[in-house]
Design a protein around this ligand. Structure first.
Ligand code: ATR
Length: 291
């Protein structure tokens, strides 16, 4: 029941109407018997700092930030976590004295999703497809988790070069090897963990993968697509057709939410509860697989 003690959390974005985050947080609050409600806030570009300041004044407990505000929101916060600063994107706001502190739980969320599937990053050879906002964050995660090497492929190779340089400067790691997308036949003959971080294959563009050549997929033992709509992307189908394991991005969404919830409420969400919330998300998405 909403009453005088109910705490408010929410997500700001534009558009925000299709967000799955209320399903995650309201389920967690219910199962943990927290008096908390989580709602979407549609915020226009240019209004983000004002929205964040207003939320703080309204004693809002915590906020998530989604597309396209993950950079602009940095203007409205008083402090930023070191990882979020490196990545250059904030998706979670936590109350501190005098204002909100910004975090990035997307990348820890991806890492926890991979751990829950027993996918290792440490020491792995990784293929990272893309060089947009999502891929950039994954590049920093790879550096932080001490992967052996990241072959980072993108249509415009100049973007990858810039990210490789930033990763080198900010982490001291030389692990990123920039490549043009079309140069994938030159990848050393090894078995890779591949992370798909382009927007190719996203609904309603479901029949496409960023690399369609089946020969490429021989080199992949595990494919992780950050896309979860659809839940069986063309990339995943191509990985599986060549004997690899493939995963969609819904668990990353789940865990970025769980980590935010943990920061706001100073609790640790056990794995069995994470599993229950995941089932709710899968049902909402109409996903029947085990992934
Ligand atoms: P996000 O924030 O989700 O990462 P983004 O920053 O717009 O989104 O990045 C989209 C990524 O998908 C980029 O790597 C983009 O490649 P370019 O940097 O060369 O534009 C990639 N992408 C989008 N459409 C593509 C296409 N048709 N073929 C190849 N790559 C594509």
């Amino acid at each position: 029941m909403i009453d005088g003690h109910t705490r408010v959390c929410g997500v700001i974005g534009n558009p925000v109407e299709h967000t799955m985050s209320p399903a995650i947080h309201n389920a967690l609050a219910e199962k943990l018997s927290h008096n908390l409600v989580y709602v979407p806030f549609h915020v226009e570009t240019g209004e983000v700092a004002a929205a964040v300041k207003g939320a703080y004044a309204l004693n809002v407990l915590g906020m998530n930030v989604t597309v396209p505000h993950k950079k602009e929101v940095m203007e409205g916060i008083v402090e930023i976590d070191a990882l979020a600063e490196k990545i250059g994107a904030v998706n979670t706001l936590v109350r501190t004295k005098g204002g909100f502190k910004g975090y990035n739980t997307d990348m820890p969320g991806l890492y926890r999703a991979m751990c829950s599937e027993n996918i290792r990053m440490e020491g792995e050879d990784v293929i990272l497809l893309g060089a947009g906002g999502a891929a950039r964050a994954v590049a920093f995660l790879c550096a932080e988790k001490n992967v052996a090497k990241v072959y980072m492929l993108n249509r415009s190779v100049e973007k990858v070069r810039m990210i490789a340089q930033e990763v080198r400067e900010k982490t001291g790691k030389e692990c990123i090897c920039p490549m043009a997308l079309s140069d994938y036949p030159d990848l050393p003959d090894k078995k890779y963990l591949a992370i798909q971080a382009t927007s190719v294959g996203l609904f309603p563009d479901e029949d496409r993968a960023v690399i369609e050549d089946e020969a490429f997929y021989k080199k992949i033992h595990t494919g992780f697509d950050l896309i979860y709509r659809p839940s069986n992307t063309k990339f995943m189908k191509l990985v599986r057709a060549r004997g690899g394991k493939a995963y969609h991005g819904l668990k990353m969404l789940l865990y970025q939410g769980i980590i935010a919830y943990e920061l706001w409420n100073k609790v640790s969400v056990p794995e069995d509860l994470a599993g229950e919330v995941y089932e709710i998300l899968k049902e909402k998405m109409g996903i029947k697989d085990e992934g």
